[in-house]
Design a protein around this ligand. Structure first.
Ligand code: LRH
Length: 469
């Protein structure tokens, strides 16, 4: 099999990237083409994403990718979940809101007044996260003017091709998709005052979304097809976790740590609901049975606050090395505490949490950072144990993929606190999952998820961390 090439657009909450993916017999490679910052922007009416800048960066990155690799055959797009743009008259109505915007709190109160959380869970199988799309849409003043609501990757695909679709893995994070059959819950939408007409036709990963509009094709330099991938970044990441058995847990760790297992059937028990475990749809109809843990966000927001205080950048690698060298015990806090969710003075908030539990925040930064990493690992270990209890599976390994897989301190702490070996990597699992699903649709990759994962394992051998007992 000769090597084939695709372009992967992978947008995270702190940065976006365009990559060339090459795939062939025993070959699975990524060539980074561009990387650009992303993050919340404060506007008069709240926190948004700078979608204009994001889409310009995507188009520039794609043009550069095609310039470097004229053999690129398709484009796939993934991003963080839940956020959307509204379309009217073929145009984006306003900048998409950021999921950390506080307006969704009102949406939660209003939605739960109409439909209790137990019923929501029975219908959509989703853990409670205050920013799930249904809460946002409920209080979106612009929604009545709109024709369609498109999640971020679908919104970009619309700008690129003109086609309006809802890719199913990401649609499953809206709260408006039924957990039993994976179709839109139009009854629920109507009850919540969300017009079902806003919800476009669903497509699965691997489907052709459309071909680049002529003016976009001219800018990029090729009239390429856009293929649906697991457009929820976590779905793409999980598709590329080199798991070999159902007794593996995974943690997709970037801004968030998404901790769970893969299931063929949902586990919609009271215990799963109480533990706030979610059923997001994965590639090939699998369920991502997982729990959101605040991940590297806690560290990056802390570093951001310190940098503002110092008026100078902080060397993260040096900070983590110093944190690793801390030998005295450090206090830990609940990484999932809602007070840590919005952007702001993270060290002060963590300090307040520690004080509330009768502990003292370390005054030196390495010890403080160590406390953050240990707290994340504690929450990871709890979620792994809960996933095991809820599914009745004995878990024997934890895969960590994404940016967190490079954090040796976090990987070792997770091994220690779970008592299980950690297999770390690939760091770019999301982009790899994106590439694999496109390649498979083009007939350039094997058919089953297991074979795709075997290719990842063979080409991106993970690093093993053994628990210290
Ligand atoms: C990770 C992620 C996660 C969602 C959150 C909004 O990037 O997609 O799976 O819960 O962002």
């Amino acid at each position: 099999m000769s090597t084939r090439a695709v372009a992967a657009v992978d947008l995270g909450a702190t940065s976006g990237r365009v990559m060339i993916g090459r795939i062939g017999d025993g070959v699975l490679d990524l060539e980074p083409v561009s990387r650009f910052p992303n993050g919340p922007v404060e506007r008069a009416d709240g926190l948004h994403w700078d979608f204009e800048a994001l889409s310009e960066n995507v188009l520039d990155g794609l043009a550069e990718a095609v310039r470097r690799e004229p053999g690129i055959e398709s484009i796939g797009i993934d991003s963080w979940a839940v956020d959307y743009g509204l379309i009217a008259d073929g145009k984006v109505l306003a900048e998409p809101f950021h999921y950390r915007d506080e307006r969704s709190a009102r949406g939660v109160a209003e939605v739960h007044e109409i439909v209790a959380f137990d019923e929501l869970y029975r219908r959509n199988g989703l853990q409670f996260l205050p920013f799930n799309t249904l809460y946002q849409l409920r209080v979106d003043d612009r929604a009545p003017e709109a024709e369609s609501a498109l999640l971020v990757p679908d919104l970009l695909a619309f700008l690129l091709t003109g086609a309006r679709v809802a890719e199913r893995t990401n649609a499953s994070t809206t709260g408006l998709l039924r957990v039993d059959d994976g179709e839109w819950d139009t009854d629920l939408a109507s009850r919540l005052g969300i017009a079902p007409a806003l919800l476009p036709a669903l497509v699965d990963p691997g489907a052709l979304i459309g071909t680049l509009r002529p003016q976009i094709a001219r800018r990029i330099g090729a009239a390429l097809p856009v293929i649906a991938v697991g457009s929820h970044d976590t779905a793409s990441a999980v598709a590329a976790v080199p798991m070999t058995s159902p007794s593996a847990a995974y943690i997709s760790c970037g801004t968030w740590g998404l901790v769970g297992v893969e299931l063929a059937e949902p586990v919609l028990t009271d215990a799963a609901r109480a533990a706030n475990f979610t059923h997001e749809r994965g590639v090939d109809g699998r369920f991502r049975f997982l729990h959101n843990v605040a991940g590297l966000w806690l560290l990056s927001e802390t570093v951001r606050a310190w940098e503002a205080e110092d008026g100078a950048p902080i060397d993260l690698v040096a900070l983590l090395a110093a944190a690793s060298a801390v030998t005295a015990p450090v206090p830990t806090f609940d990484a999932n505490d809602p007070s840590l969710s919005a952007p702001g003075d993270m060290p002060a908030r963590i300090g307040a949490l520690l004080a509330a539990s009768g502990q003292t925040a370390p005054t030196d930064r390495p010890a403080f950072a160590r406390g953050i990493v240990e707290s994340i690992a504690v929450a990871f270990a709890e979620a792994v144990a809960t996933a095991s209890a809820l599914t009745g599976r004995r878990l024997d390994v934890v895969h960590i993929v994404g940016g967190g897989s490079l954090n040796t301190l976090l990987c070792q702490a997770t091994a220690d606190r779970t008592g299980l070996p950690v297999l770390a990597g690939p760091v770019e699992a999301t982009a790899l999952g994106n590439v694999l699903v496109q390649a498979r649709a083009l007939g350039a990759a094997p058919a089953t998820l297991e074979e795709l994962r075997a290719l990842v394992a063979a080409t991106h051998a993970p690093v093993r961390y053994t628990p210290h007992t």
